[in-house]
Design a protein around this ligand. Structure first.
Ligand code: IPD
Ligand code: CA
Ligand code: CA
Ligand code: CA
Length: 263
């Protein structure tokens, strides 16, 4: 299968999975906790991941899958093709709001992002990118990002930033909140990355994200000129959890130098 067909195949799997997720609303959800009480997973997260794995394993037996729910492969290197999948990013939104959740998928080859997808299931918005080919919102090319000042920015952050943490001093956080035009929290890292890529947010930052939360978004972000690093301004390591910032280029520098404690 050539690379163009792989892109079409991935998009088709995503759309099929989304149809199943939407139709699940008529059935009763089975909700469980994972690492702690508020770390939720449902039968639909698990079934969606299994759906992808069943198809990918049958059609691409030598590709590996790194999925949040653990039905894929144990990944300790990025050799060959690796599909990084979050079957539902924003599970809490899925359960409580029935909207604002996404399927997030990155296809990597020898550690390089080849394709990235973020599908906002209820909005029916597919953000996609192919390495070196630009990024698209559905079939419309997304323009390159322009500059932004902190004063005119909307920054994606969640409430955990008000709890004392190692990345920011309380005073600096207050100053950032007072200086920025606004902050928003959408409860799905993938959607927040998609919002930066499409210029709705100017930056999004998180103290800890997993590879499947960000792998698809990183391919998209690169294609529109966004900068993605850890909060220590280091490259992301897709084999482990990282702190994370995606931002318009000049804003990335301003946010890290003025507000974040670089280690
Ligand atoms: C979570 C969401 C959330 C982010 C968490 C993630 P999940 O993913 O992206 O917005 O703050 O760190 O774990 O568990 O809903 O796939
Ligand atoms: Ca989860
Ligand atoms: Ca996630
Ligand atoms: Ca998830």
């Amino acid at each position: 299968m050539n690379i163009h067909m792989l892109d079409k195949y991935a998009k088709s799997l995503i759309k099929q999975a989304a149809i199943q997720i939407r139709s699940s609303f008529s059935e009763e959800l089975i909700i469980e906790s994972k690492s702690e009480a508020n770390d939720l997973v449902t039968n639909i997260d698990k079934e969606t991941e299994k759906f992808f794995i069943r198809h990918i394993k049958s059609d691409f037996p030598d590709h590996r899958i790194f999925g949040e729910e653990g039905f894929g492969d144990k990944i300790d290197n990025l050799d060959g093709y690796v599909w990084m999948l979050d079957p539902i990013d924003g599970t809490t939104n899925f359960i409580h709001f029935k909207k604002n959740f996404a399927i997030s998928l990155g296809i990597y080859k020898d550690g390089e992002g080849i394709f990235g997808y973020i599908y906002n299931v209820m909005d029916d918005d597919l953000i996609s990118a192919a390495q070196g080919q630009g990024a698209y919102l559905n079939d419309v090319r997304i323009p390159m990002l322009e500059k932004a000042s902190v004063e005119k920015s909307i920054i994606g952050v969640n409430a955990s930033w008000v709890i004392p943490n190692k990345f920011v001093q309380h005073d600096q956080m207050i100053e950032l909140m007072q200086t920025a035009r606004g902050t928003r929290s959408f409860g799905s890292a993938a959607i927040e990355i998609a919002y930066v890529a499409t210029g709705r947010l100017d930056a999004y930052m998180s103290m800890r994200l997993s590879p499947w939360d960000i792998a698809g978004g990183m391919v998209v972000a690169k294609e529109v000129g966004a900068i993605v690093t850890t909060l220590s301004n280091e490259p992301i390591n897709l084999l482990k959890q990282n702190s994370f910032i995606v931002s318009k280029p000049n804003l990335h520098e301003q946010l890290l130098s003025k507000y974040i404690i670089l280690k």
